[in-house]
Design a protein. Structure first.
Length: 380
């Protein structure tokens, strides 16, 4: 019995060895990785001058080209096929006709930078049938310098008086040897276009040096003429310059033309345009210190005088002396709800309209000033 068991095991082992040998002998051809026969003809690819080309410093919008020469130094035909290049450069169509031994093929790479970059790099892969170099990567590199820089842009005028002329400066720094020169402008928004004008002068050396890398520049003076209607100002201006190959620069202008008189103070609600004193206990009362800021050509002619207070029983108003502040004059204004008065509702609801203070200006050129006051007096 024991001899029989040994015979069975031996037979099984012999069968396994025989099957393994047969499997090795008859395995599929693709499983065998043959060694390359160095004696057979083979293509060999090289790029003349290297596969990297530096453009140096380029300008935004400037199109540059470079021709790479791909040569076959092997002893069999070389096949080339362009791969997917990086999105910013264009590769010329590569002929599918094989390159014979000793022959060459040109590959043109074109690039037009859209923005300034201290360092740029683009790549274009080319697939080959060279067994030692199945892919070559052609690369371009360099720096893209700005043509110019305009600051500020957008230009914010803020709140300004439409009764007098306003001027603002825009700096334009040039970064190319050919000086940047203003040629003209066009307002794209027809509404209010006649109130804007632009003039230019060359920068001084000191002004040019304020921007690193600038070699020239101009100062544009934007004039907003008197007469713009009250309200929001939104204008877009196309500025043309001496580079006719580049598109005009666009300057965005925003602001608000406001009346000559504005109210300044922490209790002033600019959205609702009223002084908000809120709920006031009768036992304490409340006092608010504000300023009436007068701008415009007639600011020195304005002489405020209290014409009317409503309700007089609840509001006490005091005007201070005017204080000149550059292109404006500030008038101190104190609004007080005295302590101990009867309850009242002036919250601007159905129960009571806002309180109001009317001030004369003393000149026909500036209309009267109305100060609205939101408040209530409670017994508690």
């Amino acid at each position: 019995m024991r001899a029989l068991l040994v015979s069975v095991v031996a037979a099984a082992l012999g069968l396994a060895v025989a099957w393994g040998a047969t499997s090795y002998e008859f395995r599929k051809p693709e499983q065998v990785v043959p060694e390359r026969d160095a004696t057979l003809p083979q293509p060999k690819v090289v790029v003349e001058g290297g596969n990297v080309f530096h453009f140096g410093t380029m300008q935004v919008g400037e199109t540059q080209k470079h021709v790479f020469v791909v040569r076959n130094i092997g002893n069999a035909p070389l096949e080339l096929k362009a791969g997917q290049s990086s999105c910013k450069c264009t590769v010329s169509e590569v002929s599918t006709e094989p390159v014979p031994p000793g022959g060459s093929r040109e590959v043109l790479i074109t690039w037009t930078p859209k923005g300034a970059e201290d360092k740029f790099g683009q790549r274009a892969p080319i697939f080959t049938n060279d067994p030692e170099q199945r892919e070559i990567t052609l690369r371009i590199a360099g720096r893209v310098a700005e043509l110019f820089k305009m600051e500020p842009n957008p230009l914010t005028l803020g709140n300004f008086s439409p009764t007098e002329e306003n001027t603002h400066q825009i700096n334009v720094w040039g970064y190319q040897p050919t000086p940047w020169k203003f040629k003209g402008y066009e307002c794209l928004e027809a509404n209010g276009a006649e109130f804007f004008s632009i003039a230019a002068r060359d920068m001084t050396r000191e002004e040019i040096a304020r921007s690193a890398g600038a070699v020239n520049g101009q100062i544009l003076t934007l004039t907003v003429k008197a007469g713009l209607p009250l309200g929001a100002v939104r204008q877009r201006v196309l500025i043309t310059y001496n580079d006719e190959q580049s598109k005009p620069a666009e300057l965005s202008i925003t602001g608000k033309a406001v009346g000559d008189i504005s109210i300044i103070g922490k209790e002033f609600n600019s959205e609702g345009e009223y002084v908000d004193l809120g709920d006031i206990p009768a036992a304490t009362g409340k006092k608010s210190k504000l300023s009436l800021l007068v701008k415009g050509a007639h600011r020195h002619q304005v002489k405020f005088k209290i014409k009317d207070i409503e309700p007089q029983s609840s509001l006490k108003v005091t005007l201070g002396e005017p204080v000149p502040q550059g292109k404006s004059v500030s008038w101190p204004l104190v609004i007080e709800v005295p302590s101990g008065i009867e309850p009242v509702n002036r919250l601007g609801s159905e129960l009571g309209r806002l309180g109001r203070i009317e001030l004369e200006t003393g000149t026909a050129d500036v209309p009267p000033c109305l100060v609205r006051v939101r408040f209530s007096v409670t017994a508690e």
